[in-house]
Write a protein that binds this ligand. Structure first.
Ligand code: GUN
Ligand code: ZN
Length: 444
């Protein structure tokens, strides 16, 4: 058992996200193993109330610092670290000119290993402790990421990118040695990677059709069958990001009611399915998200950078489907959860239904922690692991933030009169310098 004393931020799962933050100016986090040996939060609260209950507890004391849940990045691409900030007029030229050429390099296990190491170290440096990320269409890229994540005890979910058409040949899934065609081999490879890694330590497998336009009917159908056979695994893809992409998807799958409905028609919408972007939806799409239990990964820096549009928070809340924040590196411009939360605030203002309404700092922070964990089904429902929060029972991944990390931040946080002002100052002025350390529960 070990204690950590500093200001403490966590979220009340029963409260509305905009008012769910629970804050102790002088808090104590007690961490110790549960029945399965997982390091979890044993207690969290005010130092003065909790400390007497734990005589002899070894306590790390960080005066002036803030302990907060490790961030959850609900959608990004580890093979796109090197294309962040590549200029393009929109999604499809960006994919063609920068992303597809870079992803071809992940055929090499050595390149994949080096990139996986850099990527995961960037996540840690920015305070991200759980990530749902794309790899490439090469099995070596998946092996490299899982191996590197296991070494760091990070909670990483990834999978083989399924794409059997409409991309450069070097990026399409490959035919098998025994004469199996590329589509069938991609599904065989997905299932064997899933069986190798799903549930190993903190790792999870995501069945990963890149997006409908780069998969044949047969591949989407096979992916849906995999999803039905393995309900504990995740599904990840992209949808309704950009008008040209949507027209393309509609032309290829005219029998479906909408682009999103294409995925449902192939059995790819269910709990633990996470769709990136979800911008250009109608009400029937939103209802489909609710009915199926699928979640949206909101990617504001990417959507602003690629000019894709604005996620409609008001409509999502009205419909009631789950969503959380995501960097979408390399369409997104930063690994920093602070940059992503600030961009989400801008997006929320743009789409606001009534003048004056905007996303509260607590709601923004929740979206990148407990809300994103809920979208992944990792909020402890049904007795499974919980992340993204520091309530008792949660895996004890946390960040130690320094509200004085820069001169301006110190001035501004020093004048914060309320919790919302403090959180907003960190969101607006913070970046990787604010994250003094990232603590991974299993490595304690
Ligand atoms: N749609 C299909 N592939 C991608 C990708 O790599 N990035 C983004 N932003 N959208 C996509
Ligand atoms: Zn993406």
């Amino acid at each position: 058992m070990k204690g950590y004393r500093a200001a403490l931020l966590r979220f009340d799962p029963a409260a509305a996200p905009q008012q769910s933050a629970v804050y102790e100016a002088d808090g104590l986090l007690v961490v110790g193993p549960d029945a399965r040996g997982t390091q979890v939060v044993q207690a969290a609260g005010a130092w003065t109330t909790l400390a007497p209950r734990y005589p002899g507890l070894v306590v790390a004391h960080w005066p002036g610092r803030l302990i907060a849940p490790g961030f959850v990045d609900l959608h990004l691409h580890y093979p796109q670290t090197n294309v962040i900030g590549s200029p393009a007029s929109g999604l499809l030229p960006w994919l063609e000119n920068y992303t597809f050429p870079e992803e071809q390099r992940f055929e090499s296990p050595d390149y994949s290993a080096a990139e996986a190491a850099f990527f995961l170290d960037e996540l840690l440096r920015h305070g991200v402790t759980t990530a749902l990320t794309f790899a490439t269409s090469h099995p070596a890229s998946v092996q490299a990421l899982f191996t590197a994540a296991q070494q760091r005890q990070l909670r990483v979910i990834t999978g083989l990118c399924l794409m059997d058409r409409h991309a450069p040949a070097a990026l399409l899934n490959r035919a098998g040695p025994g004469g199996t065609d590329a589509t069938e081999q991609s599904l065989i490879d997905s299932e064997s990677l899933l069986q190798q890694w799903q549930g190993v330590g903190r790792l999870g497998y995501a069945i990963t059709p890149r997006f409908a336009p780069t998969s044949s009917d047969a591949q989407l159908r096979g992916a849906g069958e995999l999803a039905a056979r393995h309900p504990q695994a995740w599904v990840q893809s992209h949808v309704a990001e950009n008008p040209d992409e949507i027209s393309w998807a509609r032309a290829l799958f005219p029998q479906s009611r909408s682009y999103l409905a294409t995925y449902a028609d192939f059995g790819l919408m269910r709990e633990r399915s996470v769709y990136a972007h979800c911008i250009h939806f109608d009400d029937a799409d939103r209802a489909l998200m609710c009915e199926t239990g699928a979640a949206a990964a909101v990617c504001p820096t990417s959507n602003l950078f690629l000019g894709s549009g604005f996620f409609d928070y008001a409509a999502a809340d009205l419909a009631g489907f789950c969503y959380g924040l995501a960097s979408d590196v390399g369409g997104g411009t930063s690994f920093s959860p602070f940059h992503t939360m600030l961009a989400a605030y801008y997006v929320g203002r743009e789409g606001q239904a009534k003048p004056g309404l905007s996303l509260s700092p607590q709601q923004l922070w929740w979206q990148h922690t407990a809300g994103a964990a809920q979208a992944l089904g990792l909020d402890g429902r049904g007795g499974g692991p919980a992340v993204g929060n520091l309530q008792p029972g949660c895996e004890a991944d946390f960040v130690v933030l320094n509200p004085q990390a820069t001169p301006l931040l110190a001035r501004r946080t020093g004048r914060a009169a309320t919790l919302d002002e403090l959180l907003f100052a960190l969101i607006v002025l913070g970046d990787d310098r604010v994250v003094e350390r990232t603590v991974i529960s299993q490595a304690i």
